[in-house]
Design a protein around this ligand. Structure first.
Ligand code: SF4
Length: 85
């Protein structure tokens, strides 16, 4: 079994996790529009995550969520004590 080094500061798509990234994208696409963050808000949140030292292969080290899912919800928030978004 090949060991894959975790990619720090990568979203799941960038970490070479294409199957996972596809599943996340499908879940985001299926999310009802009334609970979904708009594209600008979504992208700005992910840009913050990409600069965060707690991001590991698309997963937030503070809560274990995939940030692309967490950021997609309008009511979502960063679980860090610093509340980065
Ligand atoms: S702590 Fe916040 S900014 Fe950092 S990866 Fe988690 S959700 Fe993103």
């Amino acid at each position: 079994m090949e060991y894959k080094k975790p990619c720090r500061r990568c979203l799941s798509e960038e970490a070479g996790e294409s199957e996972l990234a596809e599943k996340i994208a499908q879940r985001v696409a299926a999310m009802p529009e009334d609970i979904k963050a708009d594209e600008q808000l979504y992208r700005s949140r992910l840009a913050v995550c990409k600069e965060c030292g707690d991001l590991i292969s698309g997963m937030c080290g503070k809560c274990g969520c995939y940030v692309e899912l967490r950021a997609a919800r309008k009511q979502g928030y960063c679980p860090s004590e610093k509340r980065r978004w």
